[in-house]
Design a protein. Structure first.
Length: 304
C-alpha cells in the first residue's frame, strides 16, 4: 500500500515538472511525503542560506537617514555676497546661474527709451557747461542744424585718442547695456559661443548705433543743440567707433564678469572687495545699473 502511494506521488510530481528527471522527482516526492525533521531543519548549511535579506516594509524609512550615513562633502560652498564675516546672507539676492527666463516677456521699449534719454540728457548737460556750446545756440535753429548735418565728412575730428577710442566706446557700451537690461531674453546670458548670446549682443550694438547716431546728428544731438558741424568737426569717427568698439568693450565686460569677477567672489569672502570688483571691472554695466535705479553692483538672474 505504501509503495503504491509512493509511486503515485512520484508520477504526479514528474507530470508537474517536466524539466526534472525521474530520479529527482522521486527524491522530491519522498521529501514532500515525509514529515520535516526538526533536528535537520534547525540548522542550514552555509551554502543553502540565502545571500540577501528579504525586504520588510519599514514605516520609519527616511531618505534623510540614509544620506546622513554618508560622509560630509569636502568642498566648501561659494559664500554669498554679504558684509558678514561669519556665514553671510546675500543682501542682493538673484536667481541661480543659467535659470531659464520667461519666453513670454517682451522687450521693454518704454523703459529703454526713458533710460537712453536720461543718459543723453546727462551728456548734453555736461556739454552746456562749456561756453562754446552755449554760444552756438544763437542764430536760426533749423538752418544751423541742417547746415551742421550736411557738413558731415571725413574721419578725424581733431579729438584726443582717449576721447575718440576710449571714452566714446564706453558710452556705446553703456547704451548697449541699457538695451540688454530691458531685454528679458538677453540680460541673464553669460558670455558663450551660443546663438542666443550673439543675437542678444547684436541687438545691443544696433541700439548703441541708434543712440550714437541720434546723439551726433539727430534732432536732439550735438548737431542741433551745439551746431558742431558748423565748426568743421562733424565727422564719421564717433558715429562708427562708438557702437562698434563699444560692443567690443561690452563683450569684454561680459568675459571679465564670468572669468575674473566670479572667481574673485568664489575665493575672497570680503564683501567690499567683491562689490568693488564688480563695479571697477564692469564700469559700463555699473553705470547702466545706476540709471535703472539698481545697486551699482547688481547682477540679474542668470548671472549669479
Amino acid at each position: 500500500m505504501a509503495a503504491a502511494v509512493f509511486a503515485a506521488s512520484a508520477q504526479e510530481m514528474v507530470g508537474k515538472t517536466r524539466s526534472v528527471d525521474s530520479e529527482s522527482a522521486i527524491k522530491i516526492a519522498v521529501s514532500a511525503a515525509s514529515p520535516p525533521d526538526s533536528a535537520s531543519t534547525a540548522t542550514l548549511e552555509k551554502s543553502d542560506a540565502p545571500d540577501f535579506e528579504p525586504y520588510v516594509y519599514n514605516p520609519n524609512f527616511s531618505l534623510r537617514a540614509i544620506i546622513s550615513k554618508f560622509p560630509a562633502q569636502s568642498f566648501k560652498p561659494i559664500p554669498p555676497l554679504s558684509k558678514s564675516k561669519t556665514y553671510p546672507s546675500d543682501p542682493d539676492p538673484v536667481e541661480p546661474l543659467d535659470q531659464p527666463l520667461e519666453k513670454s516677456q517682451k522687450f521693454d521699449w518704454s523703459s529703454a527709451i526713458k533710460q537712453s534719454m536720461i543718459f543723453m540728457s546727462v551728456q548734453h548737460g555736461y556739454a552746456f557747461t562749456q561756453p562754446k556750446t552755449r554760444s552756438a545756440l544763437k542764430g536760426p535753429f533749423f538752418n544751423d542744424y541742417f547746415d551742421s548735418v550736411r557738413s558731415l565728412h571725413g574721419w578725424d575730428d581733431g579729438g584726443r585718442f582717449f576721447t575718440n577710442y576710449i571714452a566714446h566706446p564706453l558710452q556705446g557700451s553703456f547704451a548697449g547695456f541699457i538695451q540688454i537690461h530691458n531685454d528679458p531674453k538677453g540680460k541673464g546670458l553669460t558670455i558663450s559661443n551660443s546663438k542666443a548670446y550673439w543675437k542678444s549682443r547684436a541687438k545691443a550694438m544696433a541700439w548703441s548705433a541708434a543712440w550714437s547716431t541720434q546723439f551726433e546728428i539727430g534732432p536732439l544731438s550735438q548737431a542741433s543743440l551745439g551746431n558742431v558741424g558748423l565748426g568743421g568737426k562733424q565727422t564719421w569717427i564717433d558715429i562708427v567707433i562708438t557702437p562698434t568698439v563699444g560692443t567690443v568693450f561690452l563683450i569684454t565686460e561680459d568675459a571679465l564678469d564670468k572669468y575674473l569677477i566670479r572667481p574673485i567672489e568664489r575665493f575672497i569672502p570680503n564683501y567690499y572687495v567683491r562689490i568693488f570688483a564688480r563695479m571697477i571691472l564692469n564700469p559700463s554695466r555699473t553705470m547702466a545699473n545706476i540709471i535703472r535705479t539698481q545697486k551699482p553692483w547688481h547682477r540679474d538672474k542668470g548671472l549669479r
